[in-house]
Ligand binder design. Structure first.
Ligand SMILES: [Zn+2]
Length: 80
């Protein structure tokens, strides 16, 4: 799967993915371009997505019951 690469001259190139991280020369203007690690980035993204998709919807922990003793104590008088 070729990696799409755009030269500063505007020319679109396609380089072999095995060239990622290497330098290629633009056939149009002769500029040397560094091929980005497109595949690595993509797989990392995919991985993140995969994690998001496979991770169970975090069981909501039972809401910590508020200490009622305090509350009931409050109602007996001080509030307001
Ligand atoms: Zn170029």
């Amino acid at each position: 799967m070729p990696i799409p690469l755009t030269c500063t001259c505007g020319r679109s190139l396609r380089v072999k993915e095995e060239a990622a991280g290497r330098k290629v020369r633009c056939p149009g203007c002769g500029a040397v371009l560094t091929v980005p690690h497109l595949q690595a980035r993509k797989s990392a993204e995919d991985e993140a997505l995969d994690v998001l998709l496979t991770e169970p919807p975090a069981e909501a922990p039972p809401a910590a019951p508020e200490p009622r003793s305090t509350t009931s104590d409050d109602t007996t008088g001080s509030a307001d």
